[in-house]
Design a protein around this ligand. Structure first.
Ligand code: GDP
Length: 327
């Protein structure tokens, strides 16, 4: 990695120099200790400039039309004078080299827009780490003045939970199919979602889509509401033909307004920040105990006990931490 100073990266972010934005993101994604130290300084510096965007999580199975949606929704937001950043949390990218935003042909038109910034998903590290890198990338984009941060994920593993953990509004894309739409939506997702968009609704399947909508609304009716006075809307449209995207935009605005009114907007963001804090406490404790000579041996000893498959790992960890805190 080239050696850019924290100051030059900071200036690059403020002036929305996309090349330097990219460098700053590479820095926060890095796991090397010296990079991390620099990343901390940079993140601390940009903090006063963050927090002003709307953070949108977008999920749905591959092929449902997420990138088509993001491309046209992003263009719509830009036409309204907004600046849009697109990020991804992609668990598959840490397993193999594939990445949902890695494919250069996706969102080609949006990528050409001056007021858009598209960042492929980080390709290393375990999922929790990837979510964290995405969170910090989001802060960088906010500091650069992006109004909308769209975070895409595929419905694999825990990725939706992680996206929900760092966003303000959660959008679920679905298509109508063979009548098993409801089963197609994992229950866990239904509990996280704020807006549903039924994509690929065109002339020939409009009636069926309307029926699906009724069914979905009925199913949603039985779920406890996540946000007071919010009824999860089921919108119909076609990302490809730019139909229904305006309504999604409006619903997102309504939802954010309601959260501010209910005073949950800040509250949720604060709770999210606490989760990030806990993540880093774990990371730093683990790293420090491995690195510092005073604790290194103790750490190795208990880890070895666990790896001998005779002692319960959590018990070993507990004994180790207790000894550590007494030191
Ligand atoms: P992703 O995997 O969820 O990102 O889905 P893509 O955006 O790549 O879309 C998958 C396929 O569905 C592509 O061939 C798109 O052109 C197509 N598609 C996306 N939205 C629509 C739509 O509204 N109508 C129709 N007919 N096709 C669509």
């Amino acid at each position: 990695m080239e050696n850019f100073s924290v100051e030059s990266l900071f200036e690059g972010i403020k002036s929305v120099d996309k090349r330097l934005l990219g460098k700053a993101i590479t820095l926060v994604e890095s796991k090397k200790a010296e990079h991390r130290e620099k990343a901390e300084r940079l993140l601390q510096k940009i903090m006063p400039l963050t927090g002003k965007s709307v953070r949108v999580g977008i999920t749905g199975v591959p092929g449902v039309g997420k990138s088509t949606f993001i491309e046209n929704f992003g263009k719509l937001a830009i036409a309204k004078g907004k600046k849009v950043a697109v990020l991804a949390i992609d668990p598959s990218s840490s397993l193999n080299k594939g990445s949902i935003l890695g494919d250069k042909t996706r969102m080609e038109e949006l990528a050409k827009e001056e007021n858009a910034f598209i960042r492929p998903s980080p390709t290393s590290g375990f999922l929790g780490g990837v979510a964290n890198a995405t969170f910090e990338t989001m802060l960088i984009c906010e500091a650069a003045g992006y109004d909308f941060i769209l975070i895409e994920t595929v419905g694999v593993g825990q990725s939706e939970v992680l996206v929900a953990d760092i966003t303000d509004v959660f959008l679920y894309l679905n298509i109508i199919g063979g009548g098993d739409e409801l089963q197609g939506i994992k229950r866990g997702i239904m509990e996280m979602v704020d807006v549903i968009f039924l994509n690929k609704v065109e002339e020939e399947n409009r009636n069926k889509a309307k029926l699906t909508k009724v069914e979905l609304l009925r199913a949603l009716h039985f779920l406890p509401s996540k946000e007071k006075d919010w009824k999860i809307p089921v919108l119909l449209g076609s990302a490809l033909n730019n139909k229904g995207l305006e309504q999604v935009y409006e619903k997102i605005e309504d939802f954010i307004k309601l959260k501010i009114q209910n005073e949950t907007f800040e509250k949720v963001r604060k709770a999210q920040a606490e989760k990030r804090f806990d993540y880093w406490v774990q990371q730093f404790i683990l790293q420090k105990t491995q690195d510092e000579s005073a604790t290194e041996d103790l750490y190795k000893q208990h880890k070895k006990n666990a790896s001998a498959l005779k002692s319960n790992p959590s018990s070993e960890a507990k004994i180790f931490v207790e000894k550590l805190l007494k030191k």
